[in-house]
Design a protein around this ligand. Structure first.
Ligand code: HEM
Length: 127
């Protein structure tokens, strides 16, 4: 099954409570039926209708539940030529794990080793 393709100009036509469509991360959502159910209110959704709402959506820091729920409203995707690079400003757990492993001093091994050295030194000097 092919996914329906939309140009950004096409999406920009649906800006009302009667037809509210927007783009988040190159995916097109029709939220007309969701407006009154949105916990953040219908107004914010109508405000971004017709537009690319990726940043607004991210800024709120929506929950995983919200991200699961939005799948229900997918109607298609942005045509390939008009897709934007998806920027994720949130630092993922994966990233931070790589960071801490690459640096000896910021990993758990450094304080543990330091503790052992200090204990040995203490017993040697004062024991
Ligand atoms: C299909 C798309 C969307 C879905 C399914 C959705 C769903 C939700 C859900 C479930 C919540 C409750 C809090 C949470 O679970 O994170 C929420 C809150 C909220 N949403 Fe959305 N949302 C969507 C799009 C948007 C967009 C595009 C905006 C901004 C323009 C927005 C603005 C907000 C705001 C301001 C809140 C309230 C946050 C608070 O009270 O702390 N949402 N949304």
């Amino acid at each position: 099954m092919t996914v329906r393709q939309f140009t950004r100009v096409e999406v920009s036509k649906w800006t009302t409570r009667e037809e509210a469509v927007f783009i988040i991360d190159n995916v097109v959502y029709n939220v007309t039926k969701f407006l009154d159910e949105h916990p953040g209110g219908h107004e914010v959704l109508v405000n971004v209708a017709g537009k690319d709402a990726s940043e607004d959506f991210d800024d709120v820091g929506h929950s995983l539940d919200a991200k699961e729920l939005m799948k229900k409203y997918v109607v298609g995707e942005v045509v390939e030529a008009e897709r934007r690079h998806i920027q994720k400003r949130q630092i993922s757990w994966e990233d931070s794990k790589v960071d801490s492993d690459s640096s000896f001093t910021s990993s758990w091994k450094f304080p543990v080793l330091l503790g052992i050295v200090v204990t040995l030194l203490y017993t040697y000097l004062f024991g």
